[in-house]
Design a protein around this ligand. Structure first.
Ligand SMILES: [Zn+2]
Length: 182
């Protein structure tokens, strides 16, 4: 997935909201890289570098987000009602761990969420991005999306296909991305 951030692009009527209704996450400071990966896969993720366990647990409970952490201390707190403790290292192992609890496969929808803002991306007609992306990108891609928050334009790049392949063989072995033609 690649992106550019043009100036002055605002949501317009008729654009399709791709929000899925999948599980949502609150990732603490121990799992920053995993937070980014979950966003790339299309999940609604808030990252917090607040180290106070009480704050994190309260935010998780109020927002109904599943708290993801590597901390035993946080995960074993009685008030931590929605928490998944993942292994210390390797995003693939962490992702596989979440997948065992939540069956993520059915919700995965890469290229649907802004990595920067966490907003669901919206489709935008190709002819509206001609001036906003490099000519070779416009020539070689059919589907473009943009973030209604920051205006960044995304298109499906080759590394997205590589990521999909890798996940198919790795922690989410056998998943079928939702049927979208991009
Ligand atoms: Zn954004």
């Amino acid at each position: 997935m690649a992106s550019m951030r043009p100036q002055g692009l605002a949501p317009k009527q008729g654009l399709v909201n791709l929000q899925t209704g999948a599980p949502t996450f609150l990732c603490d400071g121990t799992v920053g890289a995993l937070a980014r990966l979950l966003k790339i896969l299309g999940f609604d993720v808030i990252f917090s570098d607040d180290h106070n366990a009480n704050h994190l647990i309260r935010e998780s409970n109020i927002s109904k987000r599943i708290l993801i952490t590597t901390s035993h201390e946080i995960a074993e707190r009685p008030l931590a009602r929605r928490v998944i403790r993942v292994p210390d290292k390797k995003k693939s192992r962490q992702l596989a761990c979440i997948n065992r609890s939540l069956q993520l496969k059915s919700w995965i929808s890469p290229f649907t969420r802004c990595i920067r803002c966490n907003k669901a991306l919206m489709e935008i007609p190709k002819d509206r991005v001609r001036e906003l992306v490099p000519p070779y990108v416009w020539d070689t891609h059919a589907v473009f999306r943009f973030c209604p928050e920051c205006g960044r334009v995304y298109w499906a790049g080759s590394h997205r296909d590589m990521m999909k392949e890798k996940l198919l063989r790795g922690p989410l072995g056998g998943f079928t991305p939702k049927g979208r033609s991009h």
